[in-house]
Design a protein around this ligand. Structure first.
Ligand code: PRP
Length: 547
């Protein structure tokens, strides 16, 4: 091993000198706020029985948790969450302690990353309010939200936003309209990612279509707009939920947090975990939420004692990144940068330019671009960056671009952490399984038999999901381009790829075995930007893209 390898800490961080001080300062600030609010520190073991963490039914345990066996051969897990062990303590060790319990933590969590840059060891700091009277959950939720807002304010001044939704709204609607099982999960996912285009095209009751569009700030006008859902459903249960959200926001407004509050009924969260309000905290300069929280009244019961519970946690490493580069201050103080759009180079670029010109935007700079990659358009109102399809998702996910134009094939493969705001209708093609003529239109014969089939593809995740839907055991080979060569040369039995005219397949003696899903160009958006730059983004979507 080269000595330089000792300096590598892939997915984990060394905090050195000033960085360590900054990180420690963040933790101390949070801890002292939590202490001053009457919360007491709780420290849980770094490794616990695997069963403890699997008590949360929504946690994907699989490969994302570090597991090992202890000296007695018991299956253990490194701490992958801080709330679950605290729920365990509240249910099992505090039975003689008077309720409620105000507990805080500041400790590390470990998770094997499924993709990208997330750290595998992070410091989380959070507060839990457990065992309050179930009849006064609104007071408990207000207390925990106020503490969350205090923490954000202490770190970021006025440059943050806390967004509130409700974890029971979707399930209540689903019960009301008799939607369950796979359909409910499919609709929930579309709402969660604000996939307006797909939701609109679905044959589902109107209230589901309303949910992702119902977000706004704490103004009386925006809050009043929430009543539309009550009116549309005529349901007393929905009214209760809407009134709950409104009351909390009004209470927090009275405490002086009105400017940093918003609501989003499309915040549907982990269905079996959150039993009441859910909320996220966003800061300019970071593409995802820095704070997450909500009500989870079912969790302690998994450990044998039912207690009402609400809480939140922040990721200290995210806060460190923001404060170290003063990203949030620069984002606020510097001249507001224009909305940035990452555009997929090539075919979609040409079609997008045609559409923009039709909508009255001068694109001459984009048409005579030379080697330039950044193009201010519409008198600098927005700027376009030309990038490869995969990178559109990366730039938008990280929030350095607010919007992106990319095919739904790329979104299906990589786009789990972006909102999908509109279907632009062009760039139409199909994702398909293709192979030699003997399998033409016959997926059963392709997947049948005892030998494992090999699929070559650029879309490994799509291919794996598709094979799983066929209950087939396949191998995938990742190929970057001209994937049609793989079955011709005998590297694979078939390919999963996009087909537009079908010429490439035809000219290489290949046939479609089955179409998997239709593909077209979509507008994707960074999650935080849709909340922090809502007005500008809405205007660009309607003026520039006419969607
Ligand atoms: C895409 C796709 C197919 C081809 C399909 O490749 O991977 O190979 O287009 O189009 P058709 O049905 O109209 O023939 P692309 O041209 O983007 O290049 P690549 O093979 O290098 O990915």
């Amino acid at each position: 091993m080269k000595s330089t390898d000792y300096g590598r800490t892939d997915g984990r961080r060394d905090y050195i000198f000033g960085d360590a001080e900054l990180r420690r300062g963040i933790c101390e600030k949070l801890i002292s706020l939590m202490r001053d609010s009457g919360y007491k520190e709780t420290v849980t073991p770094t490794a616990e029985s695997y069963e403890v963490f699997s008590a949360d039914p929504t946690r994907p345990m699989g490969n994302s948790v570090y597991k090992f066996t202890d000296e007695q051969n018991r299956l253990m897990a490194l701490r992958c969450d801080c709330t679950v062990p605290i729920a365990r303590i509240a249910a099992t060790k505090l039975t003689d302690t008077p309720l409620p319990y105000r507990m805080f933590y500041c400790q590390n969590v470990f998770s094997a990353p499924s993709s990208g840059n997330r750290l595998t060891e992070e410091t989380q700091c959070g507060a839990e309010l457990i065992g309050t009277d179930p009849q006064s959950s609104i007071e408990a939720d207000t207390e925990i939200l106020e503490l969350a807002a205090k923490c954000m304010k202490a770190l970021f001044g006025e440059n943050f936003s806390i967004e509130i939704g409700h974890g029971r709204l979707f399930t209540t609607l689903a019960e009301l309209y008799g939607i369950d099982g796979e359909t409910a999960e499919a609709v929930r996912k579309l709402i969660e990612t604000k996939n307006f285009a797909s939701i609109e095209s679905m044959d589902i009751p109107k209230p589901f279509k309303m949910l992702p569009k119902m977000f706004g700030n704490a103004s009386s006008e925006d809050l009043a707009s929430l009543d539309k859902l009550t009116e549309e459903t005529g349901s007393e249960k929905i009214k209760e939920i809407i009134d709950y959200i409104k009351t909390i926001i009004i209470k927090l407004k009275e405490k002086g947090y009105g400017n940093c509050l918003s609501f989003d009924l499309g915040l549907v969260g982990r269905l079996d975990y959150y039993t009441g309000i859910i909320f996220g905290g966003f800061v300019k300069g970071l593409g995802h939420s820095v704070l997450l929280g909500g009500r989870y009244d079912s969790l302690t019961a998994k450990f044998g004692r039912k207690l009402a519970a609400t809480g939140f946690g922040v990721t200290v490493d995210d806060i460190f990144d923001l404060l170290k580069d003063k990203k949030e201050e620069n984002a606020e103080k510097g001249p507001a940068r224009p909305v940035r759009i990452a555009l997929t180079k090539g075919r979609l670029e040409t079609k997008t330019v045609e559409m923009l010109e039709k909508n009255g935007i001068d694109c001459s700079s984009l048409k005579n671009k030379g080697r330039k990659l950044v193009f201010p358009l519409d008198n600098g109102r927005f700027e376009v960056m030309l990038v490869k399809s995969r990178d559109v998702i990366t730039y938008v996910e990280h929030g350095v671009c607010d919007l992106g134009i990319v095919g739904s094939d790329t979104i299906a493969e990589y786009g789990t952490a972006v909102y999908e705001l509109a279907n632009l209708g062009f760039g139409k093609c199909r994702m398909a399984l293709a192979g030699t003529a003997k399998y033409k239109n016959d997926p059963d014969s392709f997947f049948g038999g005892y030998s494992k089939k090999v699929i070559a593809t650029k879309f490994v995740n799509v291919a794996k999901r598709y094979a799983a839907s066929k209950k087939a055991d396949v191998e995938t080979v990742s190929i970057e381009g001209s994937v049609e060569l793989a079955p011709i040369l005998g590297l694979a039995d078939g390919i999963v790829d996009i087909v537009e005219t079908g010429d490439t397949l035809r000219e290489n003696g290949l046939e479609i075995i089955e179409e998997i899903f239709p593909v077209s160009a979509r507008i994707v958006a960074n999650i935080a930007a849709t909340k922090l730059r809502k007005k500008e983004i809405d205007e660009i979507l309607s003026d520039v893209f006419k969607v």
